[in-house]
Design a protein around this ligand. Structure first.
Ligand code: MIC
Ligand code: SF4
Length: 755
């Protein structure tokens, strides 16, 4: 199940040679990110110095991870590629499709029955194509990857935006859409624009109530949700060395929330300790032999301004714990200052739930720190005011935490321990305490807090914090509680104060697990049958997309002009819709239903130019599709922020949307649109967004000459007959224009394979 050590030895052997070569070519000392990138070039030895933020580069990742909600579409595409086996070690993890309701045992049983068809499909496809399969209940993809597969200096991709979590173990781990993963599974190169580099220097030391989570909550406040776009964030400095490996994982995990391509840390003692604790001493021994390659050259961290495109410095001695939110993970507020803000904004002060765990924060250290707070509620006789929910990240963590009495502490406070799965983090939460869409506040140690994300209620105000802070706030039941300064009244009427959290980095008796939940694939899976019933409402075999012709883009209609934040959750909602992730036509019925229409500020209410009537976005779009009329979607900044789900591109594509024209894109979503043969365009002049009106028709004047670095010209015809001619930029290279011309990247692979 674990990584093949010979393969890692080979990666390290290549690394030494290639990094030395790269240093020569680049002509200066190298950052860690560059070392990993240059040692994973598809063509082997480096021969060119790449321009950051400009050059497209082909890479050869060491492995791939997929989770159930994205793997279905990825594997449905891979099945079309005509290959016998995956070319690169790959795993599938069943974690998103498990609802949190009554507690682990019941919830898992019910997921196993309601999603049996999908789990069986994933298991059989995995078995057939040589993919490792992690059963439902085994854990959340990123925790399982950190425990089993991540290794310093490696490169991996995963069909989930939080794949970046593995940066905690010194990897370059990147979230991608399924179609990107399919390329690599099929034995092809993986293409990425050579990233820019942001250096974060951590000085001082974390102590007291401040935790690793607060580093990234602070960074999110500085960079905002789009500040990391197109960049790798590399953390360094004394403060970085003093963080645990899993703490580093938490920081890297939430790099997705600032749009960063990934984040990483240089190899150090904390990573060595983690590798040895997770039964991978052989990897630690190998990593120790090439230590200097697994971190930046000395000159880089001594003089970072010369090597990074941007530098952020954070003094951990001064860093205060934060709570970020609501509705966006970059709205950072130091704990203690939330009372005033909440009052000003009308956020409910009473906290109904404290949720601990998820892929972001369920390490042993996290659970011990949170438990040290929870325990005080018992010893100091404070009755917790909010409900507690716990989502362990893996069966290994759960088993170990149970053995060591940590879960019992939470259970003594009435906590519900949910399945080792995503649950409330992705709208898979059947919350019994709310009747309707009541306004309420919750705190959690997850990463995202977009509208409706936890429980489907647009009025749930979710705040993100560290597990120990979540525990403290949940005990107090007040958003404005500051455990560092405030006291609570206990059951005896006495004033009591919570002591600082105490954590244990790694279990003293080691990790333990009885059944980790892993199924190895057959050596030869050619006789394994994969069944997809034509009647299924959950799974649907794919048919190739038909190329969009330039003539069809004369007379294209506006489907929706989205106003403000439009994340992948707005474009293809999760929660109950996760059940259709393997059925393109069914899931297309949620297309853009969360996006706010700029003309009436309503969701799922757009004008059909065919009838003049208003209707839901998917319904109106289906009318256009029926008439063979192409449409376009217009959006604001950072369009497609959040998830890697390629459904957010495939659904509009399936329904006949041809172009998405926005002020700026989130990286993964832009690639996903390109892969599916659509036009992903940005306004050359941002203020042209304001020109777009509800009844607009678009004429793409020069699409027949679609070429790299050449903006497209679009004539926008308004209802009164007046016209504006605008320019749209794009980042397509020749190969990507090929995807557009052939209908999708997959069509290209199929053609090449058939040849
Ligand atoms: C998320 O955290 O938003 C998800 C759900 O894990 C997604 C993947 C998905 O939509 O299936 C992600 O982060 O990529
Ligand atoms: Fe699952 Fe939430 Fe992590 Fe996404 S962020 S992988 S939904 S736990």
């Amino acid at each position: 199940m674990a990584f093949d050590i010979d393969m890692i030895k080979e990666v390290y052997a290549n690394m030494a040679e290639r990094v030395d070569k790269a240093r020569e070519i680049v002509g200066k000392p190298l950052t860690l990110s560059e070392k990993i990138l240059y040692s994973h070039l598809w063509d082997g030895n480096p021969t060119t110095a790449f321009k950051r933020g400009k050059d497209y580069v082909d890479f050869a990742p060491d492995r791939i991870a997929c989770q159930d909600a994205t793997a279905q579409m990825a594997l449905l595409q891979f099945m079309q590629a005509g290959k016998k086996k995956v070319a690169v070690p790959t795993t599938v993890h069943c974690d998103h499709l498990i609802q949190a309701k009554s507690g682990a045992a019941k919830d898992l049983q019910s997921a196993n029955s309601t999603s049996a068809e999908v789990f069986n499909f994933l298991e059989s496809v995995s078995n057939k194509y040589g993919i490792g399969f992690w059963k439902p209940g085994a854990g959340i993809i990123h925790q399982v990857v950190l425990e089993n597969y991540a290794f310093p200096g490696g490169m991996m991709i995963g069909t989930d935006s939080h794949t970046v979590n593995a940066g905690g173990l010194g990897m370059v781990a990147i979230g991608v859409g399924g179609a990107d993963a399919v390329d690599v599974m099929a034995g092809m190169a993986w293409e990425l624009k050579f990233p820019k580099l942001i250096g974060v220097k951590l000085t001082g030391n974390i102590s007291g109530w401040t935790s690793a989570k607060d580093v990234i909550l602070k960074v999110a406040g500085i960079l905002t949700v789009k500040g990391g776009t197109g960049a790798i964030i590399e953390y360094f400095g004394e403060g970085a060395k003093n963080l645990s490996c899993t703490g580093k994982g938490t920081i890297c995990n939430m790099g997705a929330e600032v749009g960063a391509t990934t984040s990483t840390f240089g190899y150090d003692d904390s990573m060595e300790r983690y590798l040895r604790a997770t039964d991978r001493s052989d990897i630690a021994d190998e990593a120790n032999k090439v230590r200097e390659y697994l971190t930046a050259d000395e000159e880089v961290y001594a003089n970072p301004g010369e090597y990074f495109d941007e530098i952020i410095e954070i003094n951990l001695d001064e860093l205060r714990p934060h709570l970020n939110g609501p509705f966006t993970p970059d709205l950072a507020t130091p704990v203690g200052e939330l009372g005033v803000k909440a009052k000003e904004n009308g956020w409910p002060i009473n906290v109904d739930w404290g949720l601990i765990g998820s892929c972001t924060n369920s390490s042993y250290e996290d659970l011990t720190r949170a438990a040290s707070i929870a325990k005080q509620a018992i010893t100091k006789k404070i009755k917790p005011k909010s409900d507690f929910g716990i989502n362990p990240g893996s069966e290994q963590i759960r088993f170990t935490a149970e053995r060591d009495g940590l879960l019992q502490i939470f259970e003594d406070l009435g906590a519900t321990v949910f399945t080792n799965a995503c649950g409330p983090c992705i709208g898979q939460w059947d919350r019994s305490d709310l009747k309707g869409e009541e306004k309420n506040t919750i705190v959690h140690s997850f990463n995202r807090n977009f509208s409706k994300r936890a429980d489907g209620n647009p009025n749930t105000h979710a705040f993100v914090g560290s597990p120990e802070m979540v525990a403290a706030i949940a005990i107090s039941g007040k958003l404005d509680f500051d455990p560092m300064n405030d006291t609570l009244i206990n059951e005896n009427g006495e004033e009591v104060k919570l002591d600082e959290p105490m954590g244990i980095e790694l279990p003293i008796q080691g990790f333990e697990v009885e059944d980790a939940g892993y199924l190895a694939p057959k050596e030869d899976g050619s006789d394994v049958e994969v069944i997809v019933s034509p009647e299924s409402e959950r799974l649907q075999l794919l048919s190739p997309f038909v190329p969009i012709q330039p003539e069809q883009m004369k007379g294209a209609k506006l489907l929706i002009k989205a106003f403000g934040k439009c994340t992948t959750d707005h474009i293809s909602m999760a929660g109950p819709w996760l059940r259709f992730r393997g059925h393109l036509d069914n899931i297309a019925n949620n297309t853009l239903i969360g996006a706010v229409n700029a003309f009436n500020k309503k969701t799922n209410f757009v004008k059909s130019q065919l009838t003049g009537e208003y209707g839901g976005v998917p319904d109106v779009q289906r009318e256009y599709k029926e008439k063979g009329i192409k449409t376009i979607v217009v959006g604001d900044h950072n369009y497609g922020e959040g998830s890697s789900r390629e459904h957010a591109a495939m659904q509009p594509r399936h329904l006949g949307v041809a172009a998405v024209l926005v002020k700026s894109f989130a990286r993964i979503h832009e690639t996903n649109l390109k892969k599916q043969g659509m036009l992903a365009l940005t306004f050359a002049n941002e203020s042209d967004y304001d020109l777009i009106q509800e009844d607009d028709t678009f004429n793409f004047l020069d699409l027949a000459e679609f070429a790299p670095d050449k903006p497209l010209t679009i004539e926008v015809v308004h209802a009164d007959g007046s016209k504006d001619t605008i320019k749209a930029n794009h980042t397509y290279n020749n190969a990507q224009i090929g995807w557009f011309n052939e209908g999708s990247a997959l069509n290209v692979i199929k053609r090449e394979n058939a040849a």
